[in-house]
Design a protein around this ligand. Sequence first.
Ligand code: 7RM
Length: 656
Amino acid sequence: MVQQHVEKTIEALLQERRTFDPPEEFASRAHAKDSSIFEQASADPEGWWASQAQRLDWFDEWHTVLEWNPPHHQWFLGGRLNAAHNCLDRHVATTPDRVAYHWIGEPGETRAVTYEQLHEEVCRLANVLKGLGVGKGDRVAIYMPMIPELPAAMLACARIGAPHSVVFGGFSAESLRDRINDAACKVLITADGGYRRGQVVPLKANADEAVAQTPSIEKVLVVRRTGEDVPMVEGRDVDYQDAVSGASAECPAEPMDAEDMLYILYTSGTTGKPKGIVHTTGGYMTGVSSTHHLVFDVKPESDVYWCAADIGWVTGHSYIVYGPLANGCTSILYEGAPDWPDKDRWWSIVQDYGVTILYTAPTAIRTFMKWGTELPAKHDLSSLRLLGSVGEPINPEAWIWYQEFIGGGKTPVVDTWWQTETGAIMISALPGITTLKPGSATKPFPGVDADVVDEQGNSVGRGNGGYLVLKRPTPSMLRTIFGDDQRYVETYFGKFGPEVYFPGDGCKLDDDGYFWLLGRVDDVMNVAGHRISTYEVESALVDHQAVAEAAVVGRVDPKEGEAIVAFVTPKAAVTGDEALLQELREHVAKVIGKIARPHSIVFTDDLPKTRSGKIMRRLLRDVAEERDLGDVTTLLNAPILDEIRTKASSLRAREE
Ligand code: 7RM
């Protein structure tokens, strides 16, 4: 009954509250409250970005803001700085006792790490790395759980000018091996294990398996996290705690050229081997510091900020490590799963630490919706003043639910569009200025020249859809793909020429010039000559009150071109039966039109997702077309695929 009432409320909200002006109180205190910064930035983008670079400490000033030889671009030439210095030393000078991270281990331990303590750990570790033979330009692989030693390891690398390559702790030994080999990393920093849903993830065992086939690795540094007995290889493996406690706490930060590489982060596209996205120092730090300051409106003296992503994902690099630390703020770092030991773990954390800003992904929000409003309602979440979303288009229903049941109906929700490649947020509201529309990422960040174009690259104009493009570079954008510049040129600049970056996403512009992201363009289906994005159909499905999550793919069909197949997770206590199936087909027909009505619907308890929570439609397409599955190594929940496959094939047998 309660659940039904809640759903009614959401439906009503969706009808009545289509736009949200910034709350007056929020706007009056916001960092960005004057919309003239948008005009300023578009009149002089280089001047704007230079003003944002001033947020950092530079050892030497730059002489040239931008050198653009399309498709390559370089920023702040002649400037020298160090990322770790910007994240630590300058705050140690002013606020040494401020907490950088409130760390919460999954089993329940806690640690508060101040800026001074983090600085000391980083300096010692930097000296350990030097002692292991790591020098400027050498690559270091990092494969660790979400513990404070992970950001410390990244910053220690940055301090001595060694680019890091963080491999998400959930990846397999093979994924780790391939990424280490692609970048020829010299040292690996790992841990005995980590905790996930009460289980130990055997990181060291995976690392050993990987390193057996990585000729470039000379040393392996091992943090004791779980305390389990793990084999240590004589002459290769080094105990982290022993080494760090014996090292000097004095380590000057290496002055780096603005264009020196800060890190590589691998991103798996839909095809081919993972791409090593290269980020450099000055431009990246400018982008993350500026966007973190203005989009999240962070007040370092008073906010408790929580980006609940994993550091192994770009969101963690930019908005758990480099952005928040550059801005001197206090963050939450939580090691484990949202449902361990109970499904309200996050809401306990928000209450206990007085979290004021929460940044998460639509997939998490939809999971919380599935679990029901009673769990957040049990906790005092009134400290929250701003919510953020990233990773996928957020459907309006989830947006409203998030604002209503997590944000108490009062907080702005910023939907932030960006990619591993862009390094920092590119399209997002500024919460003190922008009128919000649930489901839209709203407008480009100042200094970002985004547009929506047709197949020929012409602007489609307001009211129309097409391809999202970025028409001039921004400082935080990738510089190349590690070891394969040709692939950089072809992947991002092959479609619309060397000046126009193509991110691979579809987008609609509404009559007010708001951007509505529509997912990857590879996810557009052709149904009897009509182009329908899988996201539109998914959004219509989750708009139905019985549906928690949905994934849609096109299956090759001799008659229609493609037939729409939907994989649907019903909400708790709802049964996916024939009656619901018919109801959902009619619902989609009503919302979008008959043409978009799914041909088949498979009910499933879960969907295959990447570690960062993106639905892997490629695998569902394989299932729908009864093909052998492609690469499943980046999958979070592999067993669900067998289940879905069995259901899908019995359904197909019935249909035929
Ligand atoms: C930060 C991150 C990038 C892809 C991107 C989009 C999708 C991300 C949004 C979004 C709609 C959003 N990096 N995406 N944010 N789609 N609205 N707010 O996710 O490299 O892992 O993925 O994610 O398709 O191209 S990523």
